[in-house]
Write a protein that binds this ligand. Structure first.
Ligand code: GLY
Ligand code: MN
Ligand code: MN
Length: 435
């Protein structure tokens, strides 16, 4: 993503904010994993979306039409000794020359400088609740201004949630964002193909996880978008299974849900395949049903359809199929009304996808499902999960299947970004046989 893209986003947001307003965006804090070991740093998505600035301890302030510069970035000062230990810092000069800030101050001076930036404003755009420590500091700065009101200092009267406008912007992906998402999906697809090719009975789930991570990093995606789910047999029925410690058994299915993050954009792909390379009859019949539901749902991803159309299509196919396979009994219409399918399909068919795996953006406008528009990206991920001990006949037990793709709404329909990994059962078997 180049500097122009970030500048265009800031400009767009500031146009929506209007005069006499200030937006404040802190980045994420550094988080400790244990004692003094830190998690790998990932900036806050809203902050990064507007700044492209990757360092911790930074705060962006946008003041539309401010004479001395509209974009102020607080960040760490250059410090040769700290930089020797922990790596380069942009410092105030770099914030301006490399990251396009109009002005930059040391983060340690924010208490002195930020209240002054709030003084002339009527409205403060800010997201409460995401970074609670920062919420407290902001309240402190506003209270300080209030105390000075007798000295003629103006305090902003209105706090406006920044989420709404910013998240509307993030929902519609630009061509640069779509490029990053295509790349994230292509790398993840390659990782899933590799997993299919190396999988053998007797391997540990974490060995497959390692192969996924190997492909991600080798291809330049330096992070996972979320913790990989690698669940064989019964573990495939646990929706958020991330332990990945079991041994893969001959005759079981393996459900993998894994996606790379590339240039801060997520992919989110699930595939399910037989550990030994060959679907059993029972596995294949359930698999084909999930695939039929997924393809029917993808058909519904087009401009003018509403958010819930793909889900409704998946539910219809799944319910019908569950009746034909004897998993449910009764009229399809009534079973859908009663949501009987939830016994085996208990999540929704997808979510927005972007910088965050469960990306921002409203799913409803007032009380109605939102209409799909070109540039939106979402996942389509129906599944069937039949745990041991469920009401289903024993032959179905310990079968968890999910097929998940990343889909871009285009002007005419949609583009499946993650189509680089097979999902037709014959294609999967052929790829595994060649592995
Ligand atoms: N990997 C999380 C999800 O599929 O929503
Ligand atoms: Mn997923
Ligand atoms: Mn998903």
């Amino acid at each position: 993503m180049n500097a122009k893209e970030f500048k265009r986003r800031r400009k767009h947001l500031m146009e929506m904010m209007g005069d006499k307003s200030v937006a404040i965006l802190p980045s994420s804090p550094v988080r400790l994993r244990n004692r003094d070991v830190e998690y790998k740093y990932r900036p806050d998505s809203d902050f990064y979306y507007l700044t492209g600035f990757p360092e911790p301890e930074s705060v962006a302030v946008l003041v539309p039409n401010r004479e001395h510069g509209e974009y102020i970035l607080f960040c760490r000062e250059n410090d040769p000794e700290m930089e020797t230990w922990n790596g380069r810092r942009a410092g105030q000069n770099g914030a301006v020359s490399e990251y396009g800030a109009d002005d930059s101050f040391p983060i340690d001076d924010i208490d002195d400088i930020l209240p002054g930036l709030l003084e002339g404003a009527e409205r403060v755009f800010y997201t409460m609740g995401t970074h609670p420590d920062f919420d407290q500091r902001l309240i402190g700065w506003v209270n300080r201004l209030r105390k000075q009101s007798r000295a003629g200092i103006h305090t902003p009267g209105e706090f406006v949630s920044l989420d709404h406008q910013l998240h509307e912007m993030r929902l519609y992906k630009s061509s640069a964002e779509i490029q990053a998402m295509r790349q994230a999906a292509a790398i993840s697809a390659e990782a899933h193909r590799r997993a299919m090719q190396i999988c053998q009975p007797g391997m540990k789930e974490y060995q497959i996880e390692a192969e996924l991570g190997h492909t991600f990093m080798t291809e330049g995606a330096l992070s996972h978008a979320y913790a990989s789910i690698v669940g064989g047999g019964a573990n495939g029925c646990v929706l958020h299974y991330v332990e990945n410690r079991s041994t893969l058994k001959n005759g079981d299915l393996l459900l993998i849900d894994a996606g790379a993050e590339y240039d801060y954009y997520a992919s989110d792909i699930s595939r399910t395949f037989p550990v030994n390379g060959k679907f059993s009859r029972a596995q294949r019949s359930l698999y084909e049903l999930v695939l039929e539901a997924q393809l029917a749902a993808i058909e519904q991803v087009k401009p003018g359809n509403h958010w819930n159309d793909p889900h409704e299509a998946a539910v219809k196919v799944l319910t019908k199929g569950m009746v034909s396979l004897g998993l449910l009994k009764g009229s399809v219409k009534k079973l859908i009304e009663k949501e009987a399918y939830r016994e085996y399909f208990m999540h929704r068919t997808g979510h927005w996808l972007g910088m965050d795996v469960h990306d921002v953006g409203d799913y409803k406008v007032e009380d109605d499902w939102r209409l799909l528009e070109a540039g939106m990206t979402l996942t389509v991920e129906p599944g069937i999960y039949i745990a041991a001990g469920s009401k289903a006949a024993k032959k179905w037990w310990n079968t968890g299947i999910r097929i998940e793709d990343d889909v871009l709404v285009t002007k005419k329909g949609c583009e499946v970004l993650s189509d680089g990994v097979p999902k037709q059962p014959d294609e999967i078997e052929a790829l595994m046989a060649a592995g």
